[in-house]
Design a protein around this ligand. Structure first.
Ligand SMILES: [Zn+2]
Length: 65
């Protein structure tokens, strides 16, 4: 296994851990259960957007669909 492959495996493992944690918490992994995301780099003019993963509900079951 080369370095790039092990890096990818590490990232994948971290991602799966995060999904499992958010599943236990019942929260959407994309927005941490907040239901919205804010576009980075444009805080002054940005309005919070409904999270695309959970359609703004913040719940894991909606994200899963
Ligand atoms: Zn969400």
């Amino acid at each position: 296994m080369n370095i790039w492959q092990s890096f990818k495996a590490w990232r994948q493992g971290r991602y799966e851990q995060r999904i499992a944690k958010m599943r236990d918490a019942g929260k959407c992994p994309d927005c941490d259960g907040k239901g919205f995301t804010i576009m980075a780099g444009d805080y002054l003019s940005a309005a919070p957007l409904d999270c695309a993963g959970c359609n703004g509900s913040g719940s894991f079951s909606d994200w899963e669909k």
